[in-house]
Design a protein around this ligand. Structure first.
Ligand code: ARG
Length: 455
């Protein structure tokens, strides 16, 4: 039985009902739907639309439905969505008084309310998960503060950096992600209930009461906007996709650095899987899945944005298709944050291998240029000269330190003794500019990171 069936001369058949039903997609909203309905009932009672006895019956009936849904005993039928299923069940449990539940309310404002309540809860969890990941990054950076690795540009060795500096790069990405989620939380914090189908209501409602009861800090200022906007989901999914881009970059780097060609880190066995044919294999599947999930979330960002593009105000049934994105995005974000932090915490670092690779490929060429600049050579001249020397040394299969005193003097305007400190460790220590990779600067970053997390 459909609530609107009296209006229709012919009813949709089962296959049409199945096509239009969102029950399996919006089932997850039921705890919020029940809570929202209970607050709504209280408000209706204050407005004199239902008696205190009726209020009690409705609230208890809704509570009973919540239990049925929690325990999996709820008797589902061919309901249009979770909202209609709950109203139908209430009717079965408490009878006619259930006819008053939907007073001064539409599913249009009800759906947005449920979605916002759900999202608020999830964003808070996500922020906490990001924070614990940041803690782990800080701990790992501190543990390995002086370990040196080659930093890349174009994926070619460029200059030596501290491994802790590399790790901290991800701390700051996470920091921006966290701030973005906090921002989404602010704009999500607007109560849509009381907007009716689109125009508000002629009945006496108290939206401020509802806002307080449901922990929203303000009410929506425009009913048409309130029932048709899904900006909060768009923003949330955009923020999630950016977070996923960061996690995907990290995963890619960890995959490379743990490969036998690098052997800079080892991913514990429990985060790997084997091959069904090659017995020797140990594959970094979890990290690969994170890359894969990043693509999926990017797809969600496109799906949710195109849902509202060109949609005339106000509610259109297209909007029902926001459910998968809303349900799945936080689930993926939370589980990915949980697992990546375990991997980062438990991965084993091999400093000697990193350091060895940090001494190859003339990674100190820029240091040499900067030393010449300190001695008065104009930068571009020094740069050209070092480039020329690298070309010669490369042909001979030699590096800077293997130059004899005599050869050295041919190229450089200062004695080779001054180069005694010419090694990656000193190079890193010299990068004292603010935000640079010198240990003192990285320690500063870590301290700042700790301060931020303590806030
Ligand atoms: N299942 C619908 C959705 O999630 C509920 C809103 C239906 N509103 C309507 N006017 N048909 O979008």
């Amino acid at each position: 039985m459909k609530v609107w069936e009296k209006r229709f001369s012919e009813l949709p058949d089962d296959s049409i009902l199945e096509f239009t039903s969102s029950l399996k997609d919006d089932f997850f909203l039921y705890p919020y739907d029940i809570k929202g309905s209970q607050a709504h009932v209280e408000m209706l009672c204050r407005g004199g639309y239902i008696s205190p006895e009726e209020k009690k019956i409705l609230i208890e009936g809704l509570e009973k439905i919540k239990k049925e849904l929690d325990q999996g005993t709820f008797p589902f039928q061919k309901d249009e969505d979770i909202h209609m299923a709950i109203e139908r069940r209430l009717q079965e449990l408490v009878g006619e008084v259930a006819d008053k539940l939907h007073t001064a309310r539409s599913r249009n404002d009800q759906v947005v309310l449920d979605e916002k309540m759900f999202l608020k809860e999830k964003i808070k969890v996500i922020i906490e998960k990001i924070k614990s990941f940041q803690e782990i990054i800080l701990g790992k950076a501190e543990e390995n503060i002086e370990v040196i690795m080659p930093g890349f540009t174009h994926f070619r060795p460029a200059q030596p950096v501290l491994f802790s500096h590399w790790l901290m790069a991800y701390f700051w990405m996470m920091e921006r992600d966290k701030e973005r989620f906090k921002d989404v939380l602010k704009r999500n914090d607007v109560l849509p209930l009381g907007s009716g189908a689109l125009s508000g209501t002629s009945l006496n409602i108290d939206r401020e009461f509802l806002a307080k009861k449901l922990a929203f800090s303000r009410v929506s200022p425009n009913s048409m906007d309130a029932v048709s906007e899904r900006d909060f989901i768009v923003e949330f999914v955009f923020s999630s996709s950016l977070l996923f881009l960061h996690l995907s970059r990290l995963s890619e780097e960890l995959i490379i650095y743990s490969s036998p060609f690098f052997a800079w880190i080892t991913i514990p066995d429990k985060y790997c899987t084997g091959s069904s044919i090659m017995p020797q294999k140990k594959n970094p599947d979890i990290l690969e899945l994170i890359r894969g999930k990043a693509s999926k979330i990017l797809g969600y960002a496109t799906a949710i944005s195109s849902l509202i593009k060109s949609l005339p105000l106000t509610y259109n049934r297209d909007l029902q298709e926001d459910k998968d994105v809303l349900r799945e995005t936080p689930r993926e974000v939370i589980s990915t944050l949980e697992i990546i932090q375990r991997i980062v915490k438990e991965m084993e670092i091999h400093p000697a291998n990193m350091q060895k690779d940090a001494t190859t490929s003339y990674v100190l060429a820029t240091d040499l240029v900067e030393l010449m600049v300190e001695k008065g050579t104009p930068f571009r001249q020094a740069y050209r000269k070092v480039g020329e020397i690298v070309k010669i040394l490369e042909k001979q299969g030699k590096d800077f330190s293997s130059l004899s005193q005599e050869e050295w003097n041919k190229y450089f305007p200062f004695p080779k003794e001054e180069m005694k400190d010419f090694e990656v460790k000193i190079s890193v220590e010299r990068k004292k500019s603010s935000g640079g990779t010198a240990p003192s600067r990285v320690k500063e970053q870590i301290a700042r990171g700790r301060e931020l997390l303590a806030k």
